[in-house]
Design a protein around this ligand. Structure first.
Ligand SMILES: C[S@@+](CC[C@H](N)C(=O)[O-])C[C@H]1O[C@@H](n2cnc3c(N)ncnc32)[C@H](O)[C@@H]1O
Length: 259
């Protein structure tokens, strides 16, 4: 696959990196989506999850839901955070899994990785590492991960089928996904799909609910369930026409069947 919706994949990736470099380096810029601590409140992250996470990480938070709402992680688990951004969810996960667990955050944007690494060092989180990589080609061995989390990323990925196949590959049998993302209630028009700002702003690349469910099932997962739906764009500093597409933040879960 070299193009999607008329975009060269390479150009689309550069546009996404450009947007999220800005979220990392200048989080005070107004975006089409909410960011930072106000977003964490909107998404109902309990204070005890966010307390103690470095402000640099919190201020560049750009998720669309709360993956921990689906369930807490257990001590000793190995967690993969796809599109870990400035590291907030990875750092929360690192506290949940404790010294006997591990977290790997993967992201393709250098400025986000740099911020996440500084934040981890600031709180002495030694069970978490941040690795440069693409969701569509995860730099991890087969059957090594207990749980995959991700927040606000899947909609941005041009290779959704490849990404789901990669998640399935790296999960242990019986492993699970707890993902926050975006779905659409109505298909995006062809012209909107070609609007790169709508793509980088987490709208044009999103799927309809039934398309998401079908893609997850086709990758081999069972137990797909959307566990939460909310308007997460309303009142954003540069609120776009997200509402006209029926854009919703969601969380979903699914399981890789045990052997
Ligand atoms: C909306 S931000 C969310 C960041 C973080 N999960 C959070 O909740 O704050 C999306 C992140 O996904 C990363 N990303 C987007 N597409 C990616 C891909 N195909 N592979 C790896 N990272 C990707 C971006 O660089 C960015 O840091």
């Amino acid at each position: 696959m070299t193009t999607v919706n008329g975009f060269e994949i390479g150009e689309l990736r550069e546009a996404i990196k450009h947007e999220y470099r800005l979220v990392a380096d200048k989080p005070e810029t107004g975006f089409h989506f909410h960011t930072g601590r106000p977003l964490a409140r909107l998404l109902e992250y309990p204070d005890e999850l966010v307390d103690g996470i470095p402000e640099s990480s919190v201020s560049s938070f750009a998720g669309t839901g709360n993956p921990f709402r689906i369930g807490v992680l257990s001590e000793g688990e190995y967690v993969l955070d796809i599109g870990s951004g400035a590291g907030i969810d990875s750092l929360i996960a690192s506290r949940m899994v404790g010294a006997t667990g591990r977290v790997t955050g993967i992201d393709m944007t250098d400025a986000m990785l740099a911020k996440a690494r500084v934040a981890a060092a600031e709180i002495g989180a030694t069970n978490v590492k941040f690795v440069e990589g693409q969701a569509e080609a995860l730099p991890l061995p087969d059957e090594s991960i207990d749980v995959v989390i991700s927040n606000g990323v899947f909609n941005l990925i041009p290779g959704k089928r490849e990404t789901l196949a990669e998640i399935f590959r790296v999960l242990k049998p019986g492993g699970r996904v707890q993902i926050a993302d975006i779905v659409l209630e109505r298909p995006v028009s062809e012209s909107a799909k070609e609007n790169v700002e709508l793509w980088t702003g987490c709208i044009a690349g999103a799927l309809l609910e039934h398309e998401l469910e079908q893609a997850v099932a086709e990758a081999g997962f069972t137990g797909f369930e959307i566990t939460w739906r909310e308007d997460v764009f309303g009142g954003a500093p540069q609120e776009s026409n997200a509402a006209s597409f029926g854009t919703k933040g969601i969380t979903f879960k699914a399981v890789k069947p045990a052997n």
